[in-house]
Design a protein around this ligand. Structure first.
Ligand code: F6P
Length: 361
């Protein structure tokens, strides 16, 4: 038996642990593993790949990024603009099939987020035996309660807030930290609570800058002269728009960024207090995974091999109710898990005085 593995979409800490899990579990069964480079692009003829065995993957669990490379662009993009699904061209799918046939790949493990699972589904519908492994630091897939990489991103946010806290206090400033989170504000929510933010702004909870300014002024009057604000990159302006650094072309998604700067500027204008902005960006995606992310990722890799062994193709590994299980890829795609207003974490945050910039106190 020979199986293939590829990563697709943005990278995140834990991808190498998945690869190690897959390679080690497969090698125990006497299988060969072919690692395709740079996402689905590695499937294009003649195929860009490398043979993987445990001697190549032992010790990579602690490394961020992916030894296989990845991309969120290219020929296999299945999500465009505002996240709508699109079809991968038939000739591209045929080319991928030809490479897999030529290399005698019996199953393909695809590690990726919602867009990559949409591509995976199309490959599966074309008759390719695929298994999906969910990956997104945004942690916004409804079919899994947790994805690896998320907690590593949260750790980076908490560390950044610890650092911003001391400089904010010294200068009696408002510090705004922009973090990742395209559709869902989980990184901002967990990171903001863990790092002691005073205001958290999410894509899911409409906020008003007037309200944000009121909170800053009220804190000032109470003797708290500095305020920490965390804003998710996908949080909406009052007009309902998101702030983008670069509009997407016909393929791919807009590059978000800039909401932190807007919030800082408006906070300064409305309160008269000095405000500064910091964008954490890819510091959240790089670096070593936390211990829990390593373990979760390794378990996901092992489970993927188990699904191949059982011949249960078209399934995606998932983590639900503290167990690693699986769901149909078809049921998993295009279903996002967003932060709901009455989420207990939001309620807990409100209870300790964190504001979401909305009208509720
Ligand atoms: O979807 C994951 C994500 O990290 C988003 O939060 C962010 O908008 C995007 O990827 C960044 O992608 P890129 O690496 O292409 O800038």
């Amino acid at each position: 038996m020979r199986i293939g593995i590829l990563n697709s979409g943005g990278d995140c800490p834990g991808l190498n642990a998945v690869i190690h899990g897959v390679v080690s579990a497969a090698s125990k069964l006497g299988w060969e593993v072919v690692g395709f480079r740079d996402g689905f692009e590695g499937l294009l003829p003649p195929g860009d790949y490398t043979l993987l065995d445990p001697s190549r993957t032992i010790g990579i669990m602690k490394l961020g990024g992916t030894i296989l490379g990845t991309t969120n662009k290219g020929h296999f993009v299945a999500k465009v603009g505002d996240g709508k699904a699109t079809t991968v061209p038939a000739d591209v799918l045929e080319k991928a099939k030809a490479t897999l046939r030529h290399l005698e790949i019996g199953a393909l493990i695809i590690v990726g987020g919602d867009g990559s699972m949409t591509t995976a589904l199309q490959l599966f519908q074309e008759g390719i035996p695929v298994i999906g492994v969910p990956k997104t630091i945004d942690n916004d897939l409804a079919a899994t309660a947790m994805t690896f990489g998320f907690m590593s991103a949260v750790a980076a946010v908490v560390d950044a807030l610890d650092r911003l806290h001391t400089t904010a206090e010294s200068h009696k400033r408002v510090m705004v930290l922009e973090v990742m989170g395209r559709h869902a504000g989980w990184i901002a929510l967990y990171g903001g609570i863990g790092g002691g933010a005073d205001i958290i702004l999410l894509p899911e909870i409409p906020f008003s800058m007037r309200r944000v300014a009121d909170v800053i002024n009220r804190r000032d009057a109470q003797g708290h002269h500095s305020t920490l604000v965390v804003v998710a990159e996908g949080a909406h302006l009052e007009t309902g728009e998101t702030v983008t650094r670069e509009k997407a072309g016909p393929k791919g998604e807009d590059r978000l960024g800039g909401i932190g700067e807007r919030v800082a500027r408006m906070a300064q204008e409305l309160t008269g207090k000095e405000a500064r902005e910091c964008t954490l960006g890819h510091l959240q995606r790089g670096g070593p995974p936390t211990s829990l992310d390593r373990i979760l990722a390794l378990r996901f890799g092992v489970k993927a091999v188990q699904l191949v062994q059982e011949g249960r193709f078209g399934r995606m590994v998932s983590y639900l109710q503290y167990k690693v299980g699986d769901v149909a890829i078809e049921e998993a795609v295009s279903k996002l898990r967003l932060v709901e207003k009455d989420n207990d974490l939001v309620q807990s945050a409100r209870s300790v005085g964190i504001s979401f910039g909305d009208e509720i106190d």
